[in-house]
Design a protein around this ligand. Structure first.
Ligand code: ZN
Length: 420
């Protein structure tokens, strides 16, 4: 098949392939994937069709319809996969930053009507057009960082009508720009203000009135925040079981601030990912590892921004055989950053990952956390042509240049994106 796009002279081509298949990368497989040197990657329309050493490039497939990019010895890799964001919201919480610096905790601010509830007020007050414009603005930022797939949670409406609006906005934002948007329903973020003190009734309303209005083929995941001030393990289990019965795949925010046991509970229900896990116990890590499929999503920028000392035990999780992914948790309260590269650096510095492990965690394992592992996350013939040319010569530089954006060129679905 003639190539429509050829990237030649890749100093290092990070394929993310060649390790064990059929399950997320764990243990040594997290760094045993293949790096080709002096290589090329070729695409036909939106698919990767060939890759290999430059010496094996089939010149017969290059024609007048082939766009050729010369990587000039730089690193080329798959587009980053953001598997945990709260993309759609109104306003921001810059005013709470000062309160945090003066020592108020996340849960103190939430209890005083701030935090999530202040974003809920701003989100309810915003029009659908304003929310869409915000989401598109943030997606443009994600694309500049080379993020080509973005999971997008609802969760700042907390009533039936607004939660459904947030899901619609995420879907529409996915249609209006090239990055793939994967919507997740997180109506169960905290109990809606109208249900203060009645969390079980709020969850029942979501399960009975809202979930039936969503199509699991379009909104594949249902998520819940299992934490003090949000929902208990018992409430979370019941709600996730109801969501599973309605055909949704499961996610959970758990062990972010306390060890309640929510992550292991969700893993036993077959959750596709359990996210945060800063306070995950060793026993629960072993329970999660045993099922071989549930991905622990590490969110290293959150404890950084919340000024917490406790980070998820990444090194210990990898040793225990738990598959890990990395994401920003982009949201207005606990991580107003879209810089997934910075998250990789902090995962190395504070969670003990190696650069190669961190790269796998933000590509192929993040794809597993979205059930998109056959489509994205690695460079293999047949996969979607989401590719990055980075302005570095060696992958070890990626987490080293702390806070920088190494992206030089972004390709989404075989289309070279103009720099904005
Ligand atoms: Zn989150």
């Amino acid at each position: 098949m003639p190539y429509t796009l050829l990237i030649r002279n890749c100093g290092q081509l990070l394929t993310l392939s060649g390790a064990a298949t059929g399950q997320p990368l764990t243990g040594t497989a997290l760094h045993d994937w293949q790096v080709l040197t002096d290589a090329y990657v070729a695409c036909a329309h939106d698919r990767i069709v060939a890759l290999g050493p430059m010496a094996e490039l089939d010149a017969a497939q290059i024609g007048p319809g082939t766009r050729v990019l010369d990587a000039g010895g730089r690193v080329v890799m798959p587009g980053l996969v953001e598997c945990h964001t709260h993309l759609v919201f109104g306003g921001n919480r810059a005013h709470e930053f000062q309160r945090k610096l003066q020592g108020e905790s996340y849960l103190d601010i939430l209890a005083s009507g701030g935090g999530i509830l202040s974003t809920v007020r701003a989100t309810r007050a915003a029009s659908e057009a304003e929310l869409l414009a915000n989401a598109l603005h943030h997606l443009a930022g994600f694309r500049r960082y080379g993020i080509t797939t973005v999971e997008a949670k609802s969760g700042y409406g907390l009533d039936a009508e607004t939660e459904l609006r947030l899901v619609r906005v995420a879907q529409e934002a996915g249609r209006q720009q090239p990055a793939r948007v994967v919507p997740t329903f997180l109506g169960a973020h905290v109990p809606g203000p109208e249900y203060k003190g009645r969390p079980a009734e709020y969850l029942q309303m979501l399960a009975n009135e809202v979930l039936p209005q969503l199509d699991p083929a379009e909104v594949p995941f249902v998520d819940i925040f299992c934490e003090e001030g949000a929902f208990s393990v018992k409430e979370s289990r019941q709600f996730l079981e109801q969501a599973r019965e309605q055909g949704f795949q499961l996610k959970i925010h758990a062990e972010q601030l306390h060890d309640l046991g929510g992550a292991a509970m969700a893993a036993t229900l077959g959750a596709i990912s359990v996210d945060h896990c800063d306070y995950l116990s060793e026993a629960d890590a072993a329970r999660i590892a045993a099922n071989g499929r549930t991905v622990v999503v590490l969110l290293p920028l959150v404890p950084l921004f919340l000024r917490q000392e406790v980070y998820a035990p990444g090194r210990r999780l990898i040793k225990a055989g738990v598959p890990v992914a990395i994401s920003t948790d982009f949201n207005p309260g606990s991580c107003p950053s879209k810089n997934l590269w910075l998250a990789l650096s902090v995962a190395c510095l504070k969670m003990g990952l190696t650069p190669k492990e961190a790269l796998a965690a933000a590509t192929l394992n993040a794809a597993w956390a979205l059930n998109l592992q056959t489509e994205i996350g690695s460079l293999e013939p047949g996969k979607r042509a989401d590719l990055l040319i980075l302005d570095v010569q060696d992958y070890e530089e990626i987490p080293y240049w702390l806070g920088e954006n190494p992206v030089q060129q972004v390709v989404i679905g075989g289309e070279v994106q103009d720099s904005e």
